[in-house]
Design a protein around this ligand. Structure first.
Ligand code: GTP
Ligand code: MG
Length: 183
């Protein structure tokens, strides 16, 4: 079969997750390379031109708000964002996953291979890693391609996060990679 990288013209990354986990901040931090103290509820869709992305593919990043499951139909990869200091947002990952699987199943136009990435934001606020909590979820849902802890505030792992998302679309069979906390 043709490689995904040869077929995909664009990559569309959708960020979902509980309110206040930092979805909009992550996008704005990537774009401006600094942490925005004030963010709108929702970022405008941004397009990163092919020549500045690691995989040389135009990449669109879409912020999510409310229950717009219709956005899922357009996405090539979904980042489920939680906040590492917010147990509730971690507990909701499974529910969010279920909602999206259901939506995917109920609409035939959605890519059945839609990869998911777990994103633990606000790593600047805690001394510990959320990986132990997140690993059982990773093991439960094989669609979850990878997980990454990051901080919109410290700009930690931000470009990596969007690179993993791009990579999950273009090289979906890649090995499971769960980066350790790095200083
Ligand atoms: P909704 O649009 O309401 O769903 O929220 P959101 O997920 O887009 O979160 P938003 O980016 O609005 O951030 C929520 C709050 O968390 C804001 O006060 C941000 O400044 C703060 N925040 C976001 N990212 C980080 C981070 O990495 N570290 C810290 N300490 N605070 C953050
Ligand atoms: Mg927002």
């Amino acid at each position: 079969p043709p490689r995904a990288a040869d077929m995909k013209k664009d990559v569309r990354i959708l960020l979902v997750g509980e309110p206040r986990v930092g979805k909009t901040s992550l996008i704005m931090s990537l774009v401006s390379e600094e942490f925005p103290e004030e963010v709108p509820p929702r970022a405008e869709e941004i397009t990163i031109p092919a020549d500045v992305t690691p995989e040389r593919v135009p990449t669109h990043i879409v912020d999510y708000s409310g229950n717009e499951y219709s956005l899922v139909g357009e996405a090539n990869v979904i980042c489920i964002v939680y906040a590492v200091n917010n147990k509730h947002s971690i507990d909701k990952v499974g529910v969010t996953f279920f909602h999206y699987s259901w939506f995917q199943w109920s609409t035939s136009k959605v890519d059945p291979q839609l990869p998911l990435i777990l994103v633990g934001n606000k790593s600047d606020l805690v001394e510990y890693s959320s990986m132990e909590t997140i690993l059982p979820i990773m093991n439960q849902y094989t669609e979850i391609e990878t997980c990454v802890e990051c901080s919109a505030k410290n700009l930690k792992n931000i470009s990596e996060l969007f690179y993993y998302a791009q990579k999950a679309v273009l090289h979906p069979t890649g090995p499971l990679y769960c980066p350790e906390e790095k200083e």
